[in-house]
Design a binder for this molecule. Structure first.
Ligand code: ACM
Ligand code: ZN
Length: 532
């Protein structure tokens, strides 16, 4: 990112040499809907009072997050706390609008910075939390210059998101990432106003969540032999010690859900059905169609033969039991039930699966998968939850009413939207941040494919050619971080940042306000801040 240097130098020079009127750039990601920069600045110092007005009980956790993060964001400053009445000179007020402002919706906010004080208003605590993120980012120029008190340029900002669903996914199966890293990931998401964490908890390479009724999922299914490289041989041999892995206990899951909630992030767990299940079949081989000795996958495993038997009622019982326990841990509407890359060769020759096809009058194995997913969907509905399913199940005549997560391109999205399903977009063309981000010859090993920062920035979650009615089904988009070639937190950070900034702007900002050149400059500013 060498080409960003002149911008930083220019900005810091402006900051350093114009003492009576500092020019600090407003480098907020994602770009706000409306931002009018004014003369002057507000200085955050030891005397600044942080005031909260009218936030109610439900706002306490998010406000606590602001209070606790303040000394970290404004290095070393402890906040003086006050209420709305004490919000006079040298104060930052966060207050809920007494009369809701319809134009702000559930997550928008207004932020007014004058030399005397800062006032953030919103209809919800989520909006106030985002006003705080904006304020922090507005101080970056001052912080990079090493200045305290921290200076924030005067401005009038009105901001709200384009999409309600703004997500980031993390695969903790291919490689395991612990509670500390998940929290770090959530912090990064929150700072860029992303609000849905898609937690890919189960796959061929390890089952990562405690389920009391099926303890072998974690005692056996969470572990595999440690290999130094992803491309070394599958499968494990019976005498190899299974030393690599891990899983989240229920208490750890609760801790993460609470941490996310205090940052306006819903956690969406994914339990893969019916494929990507080697770890399950290692623990419970009776759920397979055959007697093949399945093991937790070690390294590349493609195409995955493992699939749960859709003709076995015990398999349905298993999934429903697992989802009942999962549902109790996640107080949100959605549970992701997978559905991608379910290679059904086993089903084609399994007497039980063929019997199910005959009994239900299904036309083929694809219809069998749609039937199975629909059974699970209906079960989720009966316990007050909604299903998200990968777009592999989409067809014109599908029975499924679930929300579809589109990773394969616009065609399935258009069919599903016209079919009346809600949609989340995360196409491999723009949103797979496990792909290379630069010249593969100069980068650490990654998944084949190239998504540069510039390419990521051109993502538009709204597919072309949808009717107005179908457009209403587009909930938003997300980036995906599959971790086959990502085995350390450092590498995960390297792959996700700064492309996550591009994703954030694509799902929050109206396309009319996107500007690639300006975005590059902002990223340079953020990168400099993060390095401090
Ligand atoms: C996927 O990338 N298999 C959803
Ligand atoms: Zn079967």
């Amino acid at each position: 990112m060498k080409y960003f240097k002149p911008f930083i130098i220019l900005m810091l020079a402006a900051f350093s040499f114009t003492s009576c009127q500092k020019i600090e750039p407003i480098a907020v990601i994602p770009e706000p809907s409306e931002c009018i920069q004014k003369k002057g600045h507000f200085s955050i110092d030891e005397q600044t009072i942080l005031c909260f007005g009218n936030i109610g009980e439900e706002g306490r956790d998010i406000m606590k997050t602001i209070r606790e993060s303040y000394p970290k964001k404004f290095k070393g400053l402890q906040p003086n706390l006050g209420d709305e009445e004490s919000a006079g000179k040298n104060s930052i007020l966060f207050a809920i609008n007494e009369k809701p402002d319809e134009t702000l919706g559930d997550e928008g906010y207004t932020l007014t910075v004058t030399p005397r004080k800062v006032v953030a208003k919103a209809n919800t605590v989520a909006g106030l939390f985002y006003a705080y993120q904006t304020l922090v980012q507005m101080s970056y120029a001052s912080q990079i210059a090493g200045n305290g008190p921290y200076s924030v340029p005067c401005a009038k900002i009105k901001d709200h998101p384009r999409f309600a669903y703004r997500g980031a996914h993390l695969d903790v199966s291919r490689h395991f990432f612990d509670v500390d890293y998940v929290k770090k990931y959530l912090d990064m998401m929150a700072s860029y106003k992303l609000n849905k964490f898609h937690w890919h908890l189960t796959d061929d390479h390890g089952w990562r969540i405690q389920i009391d009724k099926y303890p072998a999922l974690t005692s056996k299914g969470a572990w595999r032999p440690e290999r130094s490289k992803w491309d070394t041989l599958h499968p494990m041999s019976p005498d190899e010690p299974a030393t690599y892995g891990g899983f989240f206990t229920k208490d750890q899951v609760r801790e993460i859900v609470e941490y996310a909630a205090a940052r306006n992030i819903d956690v969406i767990p994914e339990i893969e059905i019916p494929g990507h299940c080697s770890a399950i079949l290692y623990a419970y081989p009776q759920y397979a169609c055959d007697n093949y000795p399945y093991v937790v996958a070690v390294g590349p495993y493609w195409p995955p033969k493992a699939i749960m038997c859709a003709g076995n009622d015990e398999v349905l019982r298993f999934y429903k039991d697992v989802l009942d326990e999962v549902a109790e841990l996640f107080p949100y509407p959605y549970i992701h039930i997978g559905g991608d890359e379910a290679f059904n060769d086993n089903w084609q020759v399994c007497p039980k699966c063929q019997q199910r096809i005959a009994d239900k009058g299904l036309k083929d194995e694809m219809a069998l998968q749609q039937w199975l997913m629909n059974e699970i969907e209906q079960h989720l509905k009966s316990i007050g939850k909604k299903a998200i399913i990968w777009d592999d199940i989409v067809s014109e005549d599908m029975v499924n009413k679930s929300t579809i997560m589109c990773w394969q391109g616009p065609q399935a999205a258009i069919i599903a939207a016209n079919h009346g399903n809600d949609l989340i977009l995360c196409p491999t063309s723009h949103c797979y941040f496990n792909f290379y981000q630069n010249d593969p010859d100069k980068e650490p090993l990654a998944m084949t494919g190239l998504i540069t920062l510039e390419k990521a920035y051109t993502f538009d979650p709204m597919p072309e050619g949808l009717s107005e009615k179908a457009q209403k089904h587009i909930l938003g988009g997300q980036c995906n971080l599959w971790t086959e070639f990502i085995n350390t937190p450092k590498q995960a950070d390297y792959m996700i940042y700064p492309r996550i900034c591009a994703l954030a702007e694509c799902v929050w900002t109206d396309p009319a306000h996107k500007d690639w050149k300006k975005f590059q400059n902002k990223v340079e500013m953020h990168t400099a801040y993060r390095k401090k």
